[in-house]
Design a protein around this ligand. Structure first.
Ligand SMILES: O=C(O)CCC(=O)C(=O)O
Length: 226
């Protein structure tokens, strides 16, 4: 099945990403290390760092990557913008995340196109994202029919890939990270596109740094709605 059909029918697809994995890992490490506390959120399973639009040129190619924007055209189907782009480091020993959809269907932010750039390889033992293929084609969210959202789902499939892979998914597909039973972190850059008239998670116009703005071309400015 080609990538377009896979995204349409299964609700997710893994393709090679735009950045060399070694350069990506180095840039991620440096960017996370230099973030200030107001942009860092330490949750029960993960540490997140906000706004990877303003954390270095190494990340610029991601949110204008042609296959990602093509996926937005298909899934969102009308003018769209980047809503968020953050780092997520999933700690070793973390349990599985509940299956969920990213936005309700009656939200102004629907349809949502999500993406995850794998800074580390995504494997069955380190928390690879799971999906229930085809679930985006049916109305309803996991909590409507599942009592334990963390439990394995009989129909689930793992989105595994080598470092540098890009996972693209329909935000209505039931998904969540699996348990990280390995002894290492699972690092990723995660983001979402939403309809242009939706409410972005991050106000990129407000946060825009002069040095970022200076290097952004017309496509990036369009995608960021700045
Ligand atoms: O980190 C992952 O694998 C999935 C993340 C996710 O689904 C979320 O944060 O909503």
């Amino acid at each position: 099945m080609d990538a377009t059909s896979e995204l349409h029918e299964r609700g997710f697809v893994v393709i090679p990403g735009p950045t060399r994995p070694d350069l990506l890992a180095n840039a991620y490490t440096a960017a996370v290390a230099s973030a200030t506390s107001d942009d860092i959120r330490i949750g029960s399973t993960s540490t997140k760092v906000n706004d990877f639009v303003n954390r270095g040129a190494e990340f610029d190619s991601l949110y204008v990557f042609a296959p990602l924007l093509e996926a937005c055209c298909r899934v969102i189907g009308r003018p769209f913008k980047l809503s968020s782009l953050h780092a997520r480091t999933l700690r070793p020993g973390s349990p599985a995340q509940e299956l969920h959809v990213d936005v309700p269907r009656d939200s102004a932010d629907w349809p949502l196109l999500g993406f995850i750039l794998m800074v580390d390889e995504f494997r069955p033992d380190n928390g690879a994202t799971r999906f229930v293929p085809g679930s985006h084609l049916r109305p309803g969210k996991p909590a409507d029919s599942i009592s334990d959202g963390r439990a394995d789902h009989p129909g689930q499939a793992l989105a595994c890939g080598p470092a540098g892979s890009l996972l693209i998914f329909n935000g209505s597909a039931w998904h969540g990270h699996t348990a990280n039973t390995s002894s290492c972190v699972r690092r990723s850059l995660q983001g979402a596109f939403i309809p242009r008239d939706g409410l972005a998670g991050t106000d990129f116009a407000d946060r825009m740094q002069p040095e970022t703005l200076a290097r952004l071309g017309p496509l990036a400015r369009q995608v960021l709605a700045i």
